[in-house]
Design a protein around this ligand. Sequence first.
Ligand code: A2P
Length: 245
Amino acid sequence: MTTERTRQLSDGSRIPLLGLGVWQVPNGTATVDAVRWALELGYRHIDTAQGYGNEESVGQALRESGVPRDEVYITTKFFPNAKDPEAELEHSLKRLGVDQVDLYLVHWPKGGPVRACDTVTRSASVPPVVNQVQFSAVEYRRGLLEAAEKLGIALEAYSPLGTGRHLTDSRVAAIAERSGRTPAQVLIRWCVQRGLPVIPKSTRRERIAENADVFDFTLSDADMAALDALDKTGGTDRAREGKWW
Ligand code: A2P
C-alpha cells in the first residue's frame, strides 16, 4: 500500500502529494475558509497563483490556522503576461505574508518554447523540478508523464476530478462502489498511487476532508488499469495549454 505522503523532488526537497487547489475560489471568505479547513484537516500543501487573485486570503488562513509556516508547502505561480518574475514574486510574497514560497511555477507557457519538458531542461541553468498540468485518469498524458519522469521532473496533477466532470463517470462510480470509496477518492488515489502530487479543489469542508482520505486503501492493478483506460488524450505527450474551462 502506498502510504507515502510526500515525494522527493530532484533538488532534494520534498512535496506533500496531496494539496488543496484554490483555482477559481474568490479572494475573501471562500478562500480563507477552504484553506483554514484544509489546514485543520491535516493538509500541508496549498496551491495558489498570482492569477487566481486569492493569495491574500491564502496568507490570512495560514496565519489564522496557527500551523507553523515551515510545515506548509506553498506553491504560487508567475503569470507570464508580466515581464519580471522576480518582481512579481516579491508581490506574491507580500500578498501571502510569507518570506518565501516552496514552489514557484510559470503559470502558462504562453506558446513559447517551453512546450516540451526537454526544451526547457536544455535551456535552463537550474532544472525545473515540477511540471503542473491538467492530468487525471481521463486526461492520462502518459507520454508527458514518461518524458517528465525521464528528466527527473515530477508531474503534478491539477483538476484530478476534471473540475468535477469525471465524478459522474459510471466506470469511476463502479470502481468507487467496489472499493467502498467515493469517486473523488478513487480519482485522487489514482494519482497518489503513482506518486504524483495532486491538488483537488473544493470549497466545502466535508469534501476537503473526503479528498484527503486517500492514504489508507489501495486500488488493485485491475482497477488502476480500468482507470488508465478512461484516457481520452491518446496518451499524449502534450500539456493542455489553451483555454479549456
Ligand atoms: P466544490 O468546490 O463545490 O466542492 P478539480 O479539483 O478537478 O478541479 O475539481 C473541482 C470541482 O469538483 C469543484 O467544482 C468542486 O466543487 C468539486 N468537488 C471537489 N471535491 C469533490 C467531492 N469530494 N465530491 C464532489 N465534488 C467535489
